[in-house]
Ligand binder design. Structure first.
Ligand SMILES: Nc1ncnc2c1ncn2[C@@H]1O[C@H](COP(=O)(O)OP(=O)(O)OP(=O)(O)O)[C@@H](O)[C@H]1O
Ligand SMILES: [Mg+2]
Length: 395
């Protein structure tokens, strides 16, 4: 394990834009684990101070001037990619959490509730292994309407990647997630257990909360028991995905088709979004609406890929050109309508186990090229995982 930053295992911390009370809470939380300043730096002085001190951790207050805290973050990350950026607020406003993540904050904490989280962020700043470049690629698979094929494609794309990569599917469909069912696994541990122990989450703990399929695809499953349904916060999702991205080279997030805090967070932080559309009028209309939403969320267009699932050139009421004209952008890939898909789902098998040469299996194989930047032959991706948060650190 490589040590970065401080040589004496005490993290150096710069605190920006918080009042004396919050400063007291930070001091109480971090105690001897961090070298803390006597008082907070003003937002306008932050960049100069950080350039001079090169701290391991920057804690920025969101209550005094939220917009300033957002504005300075990308500059801090660009100047010092290894520094852990932590947002501190008096309450967990979902819009602020998403804005924080987009700007490059690694954690969003509310004290005293998240004291353990803050301590862990500081700890990781000293003992980080390899830096951001060691994080895997997070791919959010989002259906533009119910039944579009988000689960089917998440699972089968993961299975295409798994022979040569560490791959995990995270089931974020809290209403009726069925990743485990698609893999024919009865989950003994689920995302609900993970959420209960969130304060202790790390790579080792995650390993005890995944189910493993013979194809080597790992999955964070939803409970089968609907009574265990939980309200999910954005920072919870971010914490889970960050840990998965640290552990696996590819993290496929099955977002279903819902718009909730969990899926909006996943879409915001993902390196890529596969937006799954179906070739029918509601499917196309909802794809266009979803693309509008993605734009409003401030997600770069380059991170979004539109995939038409159940594509049947002869039966489809429109051509691909019609679809593109309606959604005002290109379609990046199609997956054929294939009867083998329903068989695979019903039998709890991967598509390739049912028929590895069927048209849909070939199309999913081709999707690997899309998510690995054209490197169709996944064996050639020997250099390891890609950059979760890489866009934040410019790497
Ligand atoms: N390419 C395809 N060809 C034919 N049928 C397909 C194809 N892709 C998916 N299906 C069928 O569509 C059904 C719905 O797929 P899936 O459950 O993956 O959609 P979803 O977007 O996850 O739906 P939900 O909104 O319920 O989460 C599956 O049972 C499967 O049989
Ligand atoms: Mg689904």
């Amino acid at each position: 394990m490589r040590q970065a930053g401080s040589s004496n295992n005490v993290a150096s911390v710069v605190v920006i834009g918080v009042d004396a009370r919050a400063m007291g809470q930070i001091r109480e939380t971090l105690g001897a684990e961090a070298a803390l300043p006597a008082q907070a730096t003003r937002y306008e002085d932050a960049l100069a101070v950080i350039r001079k001190l090169r701290p391991d951790v920057v804690i920025a207050g969101f209550d005094q001037d939220f917009e300033e805290a957002i504005r300075i973050a990308p500059q801090i990350v660009a100047d010092n990619g290894r520094c852990q950026l932590v947002a501190l607020a008096s309450h967990a406003n979902p819009d602020h959490i998403r804005a924080a993540m987009r700007a490059g904050y690694r954690e969003f904490v509310v004290l005293p509730d998240d004291a353990e989280l803050l301590r862990q962020a500081v700890h990781e700043a000293i003992y980080q292994e390899g830096g951001d470049e060691d994080h895997g690629e997070v791919i959010a698979v989002w259906g533009s309407k119910g039944g579009a094929g988000a689960t089917f494609l998440s699972v089968n794309l993961a299975a295409e990647l798994s022979p040569v990569h560490r791959v995990c599917v995270v089931d974020l469909d809290f209403s009726m997630g069925d990743v485990a069912a698609f893999l024919d696994i009865q989950p003994s541990v689920t995302i609900a257990d993970l959420m209960r122990n969130l304060h202790k989450i790390d790579e080792r703990m995650l390993a005890g909360h995944v189910v493993v399929h013979p194809s080597k695809v790992h999955a964070v499953a939803q409970p089968t028991d609907l009574e265990q349904r939980e309200e999910v916060k954005g920072d919870t999702v971010m914490r889970i995905l960050t840990t998965v991205a640290r552990t696996y080279q590819y993290c496929l997030v099955d977002c279903g088709s819902r718009l909730d805090e969990a899926t909006l967070t996943a879409a915001t932080v993902a390196d890529r979004i596969l937006l799954i559309a179906t070739p029918d009028v509601p499917g196309i209309k909802n794809t266009w609406r979803r693309l509008q939403l993605i734009e409003r969320l401030g997600i770069e267009k380059s991170r979004v890929h539109v995939v038409i699932n159940r594509w049947d050139k002869r039966e489809a009421p429109f051509s691909l050109a019609d679809v593109e004209q309606n959604i005002l952008r290109k379609v990046d890939a199609t997956v054929a309508f294939d009867k083998a898909a329903a068989r695979a789902v019903n039998e709890g098998k991967l598509l390739r186990e049912v028929d590895k040469k069927c048209p849909a299996a070939k199309d999913i194989e081709a999707l690997v090229g899309l998510v690995t930047d054209g490197e169709m032959s996944v064996e050639r991706r020997a250099s390891g995982p890609m950059g979760w948060f890489s866009r934040f650190s410019g790497g």
